[in-house]
Design a protein. Structure first.
Length: 286
C-alpha cells in the first residue's frame, strides 16, 4: 500500500489519559516531517445519558483544543489538525488508518496491570486490523534506551527492521536487532544473517549505531524483558506463521506486557524473500 506523501500521524484521542499519546505522536510527526491529526469519536447515546446534552460535546471540543496546544508545546512548528467524528471508535480508526502514515493510541492501561487483557481492547484490535503501523503509548515515559526490533527472518519482520532502522536514525538512537532462536539452531549462522540484513537497512545512514543479538529462549518473553530498557520496541504484526492469527503471539506479548511504547508494523507492502540477498519491499513511507 502506498500512502500520500502528506499522510498524517493520526492520534486516536479518547480522554485526558491519552495526552501522553499526543506528546509522543507529535515527536514522531515532526521527526518524519508529517502533519499531526487528532481524532475524537463522539457518542450521542452517551451524551443523551449525561446531565446535559451539551456538556459531553463541550468536553470533547475542550479535549481537542488542549491536545492541539500540547502538541504545539512539544513541536511548535508542527501542523496540527483536530476533528470530532460522530461514529464508533474502532471502525473509524481502522478506516482512517488506511490513509495514515502512523496511527497512535494509548494502551488502555495494559502495561503493568497484571490482569487478563480482553481481545476487544482498542489497542489490541487496532494492532490486528489497522491499515498502517500502530504506535501504542504507555502512560509512563520510556527510558532513553535503544530502539529495539524483534526479527524472526520472515518478510514481515524485515519490514519491521527497515522501519526500526529509520526510526533509530530519526531519533539519533542506537538500534538493537534481536533474534530469538530454538535451542537446536546455529546461533553463529543466524547472527551472520541478521548482521547482513541490518547492514542493508542501515546502509543509507551509517551514523546509526547498531547491535545484533541472537539468544535462545521464548521470543515473547525475551523481547518483553529486553524492552524494559528500550525507548521503543518494534515488531511485525505477524511473524513466520502468518496464517495462525491476525496478530502473532510475540506481538501480543509486547502489547500486553512491555513497559515500553510498542510499534506494531503492519499495512506495508510485502514480497517473499528469495535468497540471502533478497530484501522486502514496502510502500513509499520515508
Amino acid at each position: 500500500m502506498a500512502v500520500p506523501t502528506d499522510a498524517a500521524v493520526l492520534v486516536g484521542l479518547g480522554s485526558d489519559l491519552d495526552l501522553p499519546v499526543v506528546e509522543q505522536a507529535a515527536q514522531e510527526a515532526a521527526a518524519h516531517g508529517r502533519p499531526l491529526h487528532l481524532l475524537h469519536t463522539f457518542d450521542w447515546h452517551a451524551a443523551f445519558a449525561a446531565d446535559t446534552v451539551a456538556a459531553p460535546r463541550d468536553e470533547a471540543e475542550s479535549l481537542i483544543t488542549r491536545a492541539a496546544q500540547l502538541a504545539h508545546q512539544v513541536e511548535p512548528e508542527l501542523t496540527v489538525g483536530g476533528e470530532i467524528v460522530e461514529s464508533a471508535t474502532l471502525a473509524t480508526l481502522i478506516r482512517r488508518s488506511e490513509g495514515a502514515f502512523l496511527l497512535a493510541v494509548g494502551d488502555s492501561g495494559m502495561a503493568g496491570s497484571g490482569q487478563c487483557v480482553p481481545a476487544e481492547t482498542l489497542a489490541v484490535q487496532l494492532a490486528a486490523r489497522a491499515g498502517c503501523p500502530l504506535l501504542v503509548v504507555r502512560r509512563e515515559p520510556p527510558p532513553q534506551g535503544p530502539v529495539l526490533v524483534g526479527v524472526d527472518g520472515s518478510p514481515s519482520s524485515h519490514l519491521a527492521l527497515q522501519w526500526a532502522a529509520e526510526c533509530a536514525a530519526r531519533r539519533g538512537a542506537r538500534l538493537l536487532a534481536l533474534r530469538v532462536v530454538e535451542y537446536d539452531e546455529d546461533t553463529d549462522a543466524v547472527a551472520e544473517q541478521l548482521s547482513e540484513a541490518l547492514a542493508r537497512h542501515t546502509s543509507r545512514d551509517n551514523s546509526v549505531p547498531t547491535e545484533c543479538r541472537v539468544v535462545r529462549g521464548d521470543p515473547g518473553q525475551v523481547l518483553v524483558d529486553t524492552s524494559r530498557a528500550a525507548q521503543v520496541a518494534l515488531v511485525a504484526a505477524r511473524g513466520d506463521e502468518p496464517a495462525r492469527a491476525m496478530l502473532g503471539a510475540v506481538a501480543q506479548s509486547l502489547l500486553y506486557h512491555s513497559p515500553a511504547p510498542v510499534v506494531v508494523v503492519r499495512g506495508l507492502a510485502e514480497m517473499p524473500l528469495t535468497g540471502s540477498d533478497a530484501r522486502p519491499t514496502r510502500d513509499r513511507r520515508p
